[in-house]
Design a protein around this ligand. Sequence first.
Ligand SMILES: Cc1cc2nc3c(=O)[nH]c(=O)nc-3n(C[C@H](O)[C@H](O)[C@H](O)COP(=O)(O)OP(=O)(O)OC[C@H]3O[C@@H](n4cnc5c(N)ncnc54)[C@H](O)[C@@H]3O)c2cc1C
Length: 370
Amino acid sequence: MSAPSVQVLIVGAGPTGLAAALFLTRLGIAVRIVDEATGPTTTSKALAVNPRSLELLEPTGVTARIRQEGQRIDTIRVAHEGRTTATFRPHWDRIAPGRPMTILPQARTEALLAEALADLGVRPEYGAGLTGLTQTADSVTAGLSTGETVSADLLLGADGAHSETRHALDLDFPGDASDEPWHLMDVAIEGAPLDEARIEFQRAGPLITLPFSGGVFRIIGFGADLLPRLPAGWKAGPILWQSDFKVSHRMVPTMAVGRVALAGDAAHIHSPIGGRGMNLGIEDAYVFAACTVDALNGDLSRIADYARVRHAVDAAWVNTSRGLTGFVASQSLPVRTLKRIAPSVAATIPGFIDQALKRGMGLDHPTAVR
Ligand SMILES: Cc1cc2nc3c(=O)[nH]c(=O)nc-3n(C[C@H](O)[C@H](O)[C@H](O)COP(=O)(O)OP(=O)(O)OC[C@H]3O[C@@H](n4cnc5c(N)ncnc54)[C@H](O)[C@@H]3O)c2cc1C
């Protein structure tokens, strides 16, 4: 069974695919977005929506809704064995006016993207997984698990870490994985500040807490039980969701082959430290959409431009994330000493936190694509 052709077939309706569908549709490009899952995700997963993502999504109306529902972060506290070593207060009004880092469960971010997309008449088609693809100089042909064959001018693989699109392109996914299991849980907590992200270096390992709606917190760490290691005065209630994960850092050698491009976790994965995962995917989606307009007008080299520009940004973050995660996780004596001293020194450097956030949140490079 074969379907009428479409300009862009998007594989995967996670945040990357949904954002791509939204950006492309707003540019007047006809898309279909398919996902092998039976319906939208329900778990919180990535929480941080960064200023750069908020900027890119502003014209879609999604930013206003994320800001309305989400929790802004005004303080970043660093502690060592229970004692605060540094308190950073980002100047959002200077580095990203009106767009502070906002915490919202990924399922809600995805729902808001999907609602904005539905308002434009496009809905993800669930239960339709990519099973294979071929391409010629003029088009891409994709096979779906429904038995349908779809012909498209371009295909965007936003199908996550185990991307079928990446496999179909026969691309490696080189990198490394750590054996140390990290624990992650969403817990209702009383007595904790609602606008403060916190990292505490403990002998048992790092403990990160991040507030989201209504007194619910994400806790990430490794080592023994996390809840008994919360700060004094914090009272943990029910655990709403938990998961264990192992950190991998991987980057595809190229983000496009001919008429097929990759974006989001399909192209790069890294640890959640720094909260950039979902945000890099939204940035990829935006740049892909901008380049697609020219590609559909006959300049296919713009897809190669997309691949070049985003590979540089994404690979740089995968490397930064690897270093940052290694530092946070290391239990060696010299690094533990550094973790005790460095935050208080950094806090004395004017503008340190603003510069670090600019780098970590994608505000250190232009969105332009040439
Ligand atoms: C437990 C957990 C916690 C996390 N915590 C954080 C965090 O705190 N901070 C952070 O930044 N990131 C976090 N992440 C990572 C973050 O969730 C991802 O970076 C983000 O979801 C990437 O979005 P994506 O759209 O690229 O891929 P995904 O969200 O993985 O979406 C891919 C979509 O493609 C679909 N799909 C897969 N194969 C096919 C196929 N063959 N055909 C069609 N569809 C297909 C899937 O069903 C899925 O809907 C976490 C991830 C997990 C699993």
